[in-house]
Ligand binder design. Structure first.
Ligand code: SF4
Ligand code: SF4
Length: 192
């Protein structure tokens, strides 16, 4: 919808006064702002020496959760990829090697650079297989490094479980055999 002319406020360019040409008023303004901030309440921290306190519902790097046997929980239903507004999840399903499910993800890749961290994938997953973690400082030197494949996403699960920072937070898992763990405790780390 076009903006009504009555809502437009035109601002005239300020004309410099003679003493403005000396830059002293501007210098004074800048210094006084600096001094004011030196004594005001600090809202920033000295990262990375200081680490921010991240709330548990923070949406950071993804992980693929494991089930009680250390297998990937995902049953390759594509619901997360369908729900993803950024189209950054690629899955290739294959017949499951395990008898308790039909399919499993042979390939599972998330483009962490394309992701907008909305959490829709986490919401959509019927078996609590995909979650966002509180990890916020993962970086890479190339776009390829930021394509997280299944192994990397499982490694994020292992890392966050070992660190104890991210308990499993999705608990809707009643639709599939891989979701039968009712406990809030994360599954133990697998040996392999
Ligand atoms: S957090 Fe949102 S954008 Fe990122 S993969 Fe999940 S659904 Fe897609
Ligand atoms: S919604 Fe869950 S089970 Fe389905 S493909 Fe995504 S991660 Fe796997």
């Amino acid at each position: 919808m076009p903006i009504s002319p009555s809502e437009i406020k035109w601002v005239d360019e300020r004309t410099l006064r003679p003493w403005d040409w000396l830059y002293l008023p501007a210098l004074w303004d800048g210094l006084s702002t600096t001094v004011r901030h030196m004594f005001s309440r600090k809202v920033t921290i000295e990262f990375p020496e200081q680490r921010p306190s991240i709330p548990p519902h923070y949406k950071g790097v993804h992980r693929l959760n494991r089930d009680e046997q250390g297998r990937v929980r995902c049953v390759a239903c594509y619901l997360c990829a369908t729900a993803c507004p950024a189209h950054c999840i690629d899955i290739v399903a294959a017949p499951s090697p395990w008898p308790d499910r039909e399919k499993y993800p042979e390939l599972f890749v998330i483009d962490e650079l394309r992701c907008i961290y909305c959490g829709m994938c986490e919401e959509a997953c019927p078996v609590d297989a995909i979650e966002l973690t509180t990890l916020y400082d993962l970086t890479g030197f190339s776009r390829e490094e930021m394509l997280f494949d299944k192994e990397k996403l499982l490694a994020v699960y292992d890392y966050t479980v070992a660190k104890g920072s991210d308990p499993i937070r999705t608990h809707r898992g009643v639709l599939g055999p891989a979701s039968e763990i009712a406990s809030q405790q994360p599954a133990p780390l697998p040996n392999t």
